[in-house]
Write a protein that binds this ligand. Structure first.
Ligand code: NIG
Ligand code: FE
Length: 421
């Protein structure tokens, strides 16, 4: 199994500058007043793991130095793609349930019968940490092959202290073994486990008193998520978890307004959450609350598509209110089994009416904000981490439009060219 090959990088301080020349940059930087923040005929210089300079070719040619030059002859560069909502680590398969759903049984009905999330919980508990690691690698490699350089990974299929920690350790190992940045999230409040059936409040207490302290002490997660819906946890239960997370300096986010409106987005906004995710049933008050708090709306059109939902998130209202909109895969075995951020961007355009530029910003700049990394990742800007992608396309919209072929020619992670697989 390969850990993803990277060019040997020179020790800090001794690195020669590397410059990608004759580039077309889709910077996604709002300071660049052009669609996609585009800069034609530019050079992008990297020193160490940072973007050191962005220069028009005419100026660059005059000041040539001892740099290594990579002439990309008019290809496009974008920031590295960021998948800010995934359930990447799981055991088993739910393809049988999908067949049932196609025959008319609903997601909520399957969940109530002990299927859905709980069937993945059984399969995940039965896998060792090493087995789960092996199960997860092909999914991660698929995302990396499309240009993902930062990925959020949730727990949530263990639902015991032991099994949630096992999942978070697998997430951490992904970031150690592969050239990708991992943002791990504790999602113990994903479903009420069988041991606590009918005692959701007790399980919430168990999360707060047992699971959260260990996860925080071992620094296994940087954020805490909760599924706020009629088939999962109530807003009051989620609030207890969010307060406990904040006491331990963990960020918060939530699966909210996916199947019904529980006012979870308002709750998240009132606690200064990083993001509110799904949002199909978000109402006007929820939109205003997100706008006021600067909480990112994470759109997950893969789950909407796969569940054949009818109710769409209020994209026009979010746009009008200036709420940052991120796009993510929600990669999971039940509602969004696609390891493709490009497919998620495509669905966001076709099903939700985002523009291709909004979709690309949603999987770069806005996704970085949704992971508390807006200052360090997400745009091509001097001083930011040098995570970027070289694409053999005529126009950046092609990255979102044409699926099934991969126009990615180079993936640079922290300043180093890393072959994704
Ligand atoms: O984001 N909504 C809850 N959680 C996941 C589904 C997980 C599953 O069905 O396994 C989601 O859609
Ligand atoms: Fe999810």
């Amino acid at each position: 199994m390969s850990g993803g090959e990277c060019k040997e990088s020179a020790p800090e301080g001794t690195a020669r500058e590397r410059v990608w020349t004759n580039a077309r940059l889709a910077t996604l930087d709002p300071a660049v007043r052009a669609p996609y923040g585009a800069l034609e005929q530019h050079a992008l210089a990297v020193r160490g793991d940072k973007i050191a300079a962005i220069t028009p070719m005419a100026e660059f040619a005059r000041g040539i130095t001892d740099a290594e030059i990579i002439d990309i002859a008019g290809k496009w560069i974008t920031p590295g793609l960021i998948d800010c909502h995934t359930h990447l680590v799981w055991g088993g398969s739910r393809a049988r349930e999908w067949e049932m759903r196609l025959n008319g049984v609903s997601y909520a009905e399957i969940a109530r019968e002990g299927g859905g999330i709980l069937s993945t919980v059984r399969a995940t508990r039965a896998r060792s940490e090493d087995e789960l690691f092996r199960d997860t690698v092909p999914r991660l490699q698929a995302l990396m092959a499309e240009g993902v350089t930062c990925v959020e990974i949730k727990s949530g299929y263990g639902l015991t202290e032991f099994d949630e920690i096992k999942m978070l350790r697998v997430a951490r190992r992904m970031g150690k073994f592969f050239p990708i940045e991992v943002s791990p999230t504790l999602l113990a409040a994903h479903a009420v486990p069988p041991e606590f059936a009918g005692r959701a409040d007790d399980y919430v207490g168990h999360i707060i008193d047992e699971i959260l302290p260990t996860v925080s002490a071992e620094k296994l997660a940087e954020a805490v998520d909760a599924f706020c819906d009629h088939i999962a946890f109530s807003p009051a239960q989620c609030e207890r978890i969010f307060r406990a997370a904040k006491e331990r300096d963990l960020a918060i986010k939530g699966h909210v307004e996916q199947l019904s409106n529980q006012h979870g987005a308002e709750l998240l906004a009132s606690h200064g959450a990083w993001s509110a995710d799904h949002l199909e049933y978000l109402d006007d008050t929820g939109v205003q609350a997100l706008a006021k708090a600067g909480t990112v709306a994470v759109l997950l059109p893969g789950a909407f598509y796969f569940l054949r939902e009818k109710q769409k998130p209020p994209v026009e209202k979010l746009r009008a209110a200036g709420v940052p909109m991120a796009v993510a895969t929600d990669l999971n075995p039940g509602t969004s089994p696609f390891a493709s951020i490009r497919f998620a961007m495509n669905l966001a355009c076709v099903l939700y009416g985002l523009t291709p530029e909004e979709a690309l910003a949603g999987a770069t700049r806005e996704a970085a904000k949704a992971l508390g990394r807006g200052k360090r990742l997400g745009t091509l800007s001097v001083g930011k981490q040098a995570d970027f992608l070289v694409w053999d396309v005529e126009h950046p919209a092609e990255i979102v439009c044409q699926l099934g072929v991969n126009p990615l020619t180079e993936r640079i992670f922290r300043g180093t060219s890393c072959n994704p697989i």
